[in-house]
Ligand binder design. Structure first.
Ligand code: CTP
Length: 412
């Protein structure tokens, strides 16, 4: 991505220290970052830290460098504003249109996308005043992230934690890539997402696995949650991914465990997104003790495999049998290579028919594509015959396009 001008606003909460990592990640990605802390933010992190990390001077008021009219110039130049942490007070001031420091004055002059990453105690987050302020900002087109749940300052836990810097960076990048705001259009929708690879045990220390990183499924869960959906993510093995904020994550190992978790959560769900790489086969016998080499090295053991259930096909069947009355959209994924019988799309169309779901997201794989990488492209095939190309971009951008399409499906 080309260099962008990003303003990072930092309000006065304990999570201000996490803004340092955010600034670092954005500058390392090649962007030009200006940090605008509030006076209270500087009680938590010194101006020198933000100056060193961003490579730009740091001011809090509109009476410094007055000749340059900084709140107007910084605002007009910005491609994106990220406010992290956004405290309850900062959100209230943004809603009221106050301009009592450089950050809030700049918020009034910007015309680019604005992303607020709130962080505060659960009581403050759930207070009707904050709830109304968040709704107002979303109504004006700003993206207000759902905070993460977990340990807050002190012993209490609950929603209100600042999402990890990596997650804020990912979503900031999505706004730059999309070029428009992320709509808050999935409120009230219950979504079940599976992601990552399953591991089929051979003995207590060995398994048969696959190269799925889980990145695409995690991105779908993350984008769904930030668009307001209630998301459960059934996560197999992943490449050490950060659990998405505001998502209920259930970790599983084998295909059978994934199947059980889907059976448990699917009856509630309105949407099922099967991004997991589910093993088609498992060892017929799982040794209870570690399998040892035989004295005769030539005597290699052979592994007998048996079929696993097809979870996606099972969900389609269960819905047809009336067992999933809430389910309105089932989305499958397919990684395909062309072969002598046909190209990627030929195989994908056949798979969509075979699986009987509403939509199939297809990636071409092989030659370093799709697996373990951050970027991807592909197609979305719908049961009604529509075929939409997914432009090349981050897996988060692809996820946002997939969620756009699911949204259209739910509205149709
Ligand atoms: N899937 C599943 N259960 C399985 C295998 C696959 O639910 N036991 C789901 C995957 O999560 C994915 C879709 O089915 O959404 C397609 O997976 P893929 O492995 O491409 O499909 P297969 O039917 O196994 O086809 P192939 O013969 O090409 O492997």
């Amino acid at each position: 991505m080309e260099q962008k001008r990003i303003v990072v606003g930092v309000a006065g909460g304990i999570a201000a220290y996490k803004a340092c990592t955010l600034v670092r990640q954005l500058t390392e990605a090649g962007h030009s970052v200006r940090v605008l802390p509030t006076e209270s933010a500087l009680k938590f992190v010194g101006a020198a830290t933000f100056e060193a990390l961003s490579g730009h001077p740091v001011h809090t008021g509109v009476f410094e460098n007055v000749d340059q009219v900084p709140h107007v110039r910084i605002g007009q130049d910005a491609d994106l504003v990220v406010v992290a942490p956004a405290t309850a007070d900062l959100l209230a001031r943004a809603v009221a249109g106050r301009a009592d420091d450089l950050l809030t004055a700049t918020l009034l002059t910007v015309r680019c996308p604005v992303l607020f990453a709130p962080a505060m105690h659960t009581e403050m987050w759930l207070h009707p005043a904050t709830v109304a302020n968040v709704a107002t900002l979303r109504g004006r087109g700003a993206v207000v992230l759902e905070p993460a749940s977990g340990r807050l300052t002190g012993a209490d836990t609950g929603p209100g934690r600042l999402p990890e810097a990596e997650e804020i960076t990912t979503l900031a990048r999505l706004l730059l890539e999309r070029g428009d705001a992320l709509p808050y259009d999935m409120a009230g929708v219950k979504v079940l997402v599976t992601a990552g690879g399953t591991r089929e045990p051979l003995d207590p220390v060995r398994f048969i696995g696959n190269r799925s990183s889980g990145k695409q499924g995690y991105a779908v869960a993350r984008v769904m949650a930030q668009r307001g959906a209630e998301v459960t993510l059934i996560a197999g093995n992943t490449a050490g991914l950060v659990d998405p904020a505001a998502v209920n994550v259930v970790h599983i190992g084998s295909a059978a465990q994934l199947g059980d978790a889907v059976s448990k959560h699917a009856p509630e769900a309105n949407v099922l997104v099967m991004a997991a790489a589910v093993a088609d086969f498992r060892p017929a016998h799982v040794a209870t003790a570690k399998i040892k080499k035989s004295a005769d090295d030539a005597d290699a053991p052979s592994v007998e495999l048996v079929r696993n259930d097809d979870v996606l096909a099972g969900a389609v069947r269960a819905r047809a049998d009336g067992q999933l009355p809430n389910m309105r959209a089932i989305v499958g994924f397919a990684a395909e290579t062309g072969d002598a019988n046909g190209d990627v799309l030929f195989h994908a169309r056949a798979k969509l028919k075979r699986k009987g779901c509403e939509m199939l997201v297809v990636n071409a794989v092989g030659e370093g594509r799709a697996f373990e990488v951050d970027h991807n492209d592909g197609w979305m095939l719908s049961a009604d015959g529509t075929e939409t190309a997914l432009e090349h971009g981050s897996k988060t951008l692809m996820a946002s396009r997939i969620v756009d399409a699911i949204g259209a499906l739910l509205r149709s």
